[in-house]
Design a protein around this ligand. Structure first.
Ligand code: HEC
Ligand code: HEC
Length: 200
């Protein structure tokens, strides 16, 4: 009996320190590995690599699970993120999400005023004649996102455009809500909406 209690106490201790270790692991991973592409504290320099700073933690968790399970399978996801996510435990994923969510978001990028004005119309009102809903209804008035709806503010505009194209062409095929949103959008409309959201 004594031995069983000692074993159980040992297991609880091991679990406790395991979670603490995973938090440390997450920060070490983020600053030592993920930073090679996503930049220090989640501010990347190339639009191929999304900024992660200030991203919604629930969204980060969903995406890392989708890379790990191969549900998000556009070419860049396969090339860069499938391998990265394959070894991540649920606890480490949670730690990574908390780490990035706590970083200060990148500032919005400036863009051509005419493009921004067109983007603002789409973002706030949608395109009723084409059945496109207002982006703000899910991503929020300031594009900060909420829960499973990602932050778009401060993201690289070219990354956002690439994702919209992926939703439309079906290469990022695990997002039925967004596939429906972009179904009728032109390349110019996507560019404008992305520029406006990224500028916030
Ligand atoms: C070798 C480069 C590289 C490394 C290292 C890397 N990533 Fe990525 N990551 C990418 C690319 C490229 C994408 C965009 C994939 C796409 O276009 O679908 C991405 C996308 C993501 C996304 C989705 C963001 C969004 O807005 O949808 C998350 C979350 C993410 N990475 C987390 C991580 C974490 C955590 C690590 C470290 C464990 C990591 N990445 C390491 C290249 C990298
Ligand atoms: C009904 C809710 C809803 C509306 C309306 C909506 N979105 Fe989204 N959006 C989502 C969800 C949910 C996701 C996450 C998709 C996933 O699970 O991969 C997303 C993802 C995105 C992404 C990918 C971000 C990243 O970091 O990879 C972009 C870009 C985007 N939305 C832009 C837009 C734009 C532009 C509009 C308006 C034209 C819009 N969204 C309208 C729900 C919505």
């Amino acid at each position: 009996m004594k031995r069983i209690i000692a074993l159980a106490a040992g297991a609880v201790l091991a679990l406790g320190s395991g979670a603490a270790l995973a938090q440390q692991d997450a920060k070490a991973l983020a600053t030592g590995v993920c930073s090679a592409c996503h930049g220090p504290e989640g501010h990347s320099i190339s639009p191929v690599f999304p900024n992660l700073a200030g991203q919604q933690p629930a969204y980060i968790i969903l995406q890392l699970e989708a890379f790990r399970g191969h549900a998000r399978g556009d070419p860049n996801a396969q090339a860069y993120m499938w391998g990265m996510a394959s070894q991540l435990s649920d606890v480490t994923i949670k730690g990574l999400a908390d780490y990035y969510a706590a970083q200060k978001p990148s500032p919005g990028e400036a863009a051509d005023p005419a493009l921004l004005a067109e983007g603002q119309r789409i973002y706030t009102q949608g395109i009723p004649t084409q059945g496109v809903p207002a982006c703000a209804s899910c991503h929020g008035p300031n594009a900060a996102g909420a829960g499973a709806f990602p932050r778009l503010a401060g993201q690289h505009p070219d990354y956002l455009v690439a994702q919209l194209v992926g939703f439309q062409s079906g290469t990022r095929a695990n997002a039925p809500i967004m596939a429906n949103v972009v179904r009728t959008m032109s390349a110019q409309q996507m560019k404008a909406a992305a520029a406006y959201a990224a500028s916030k």
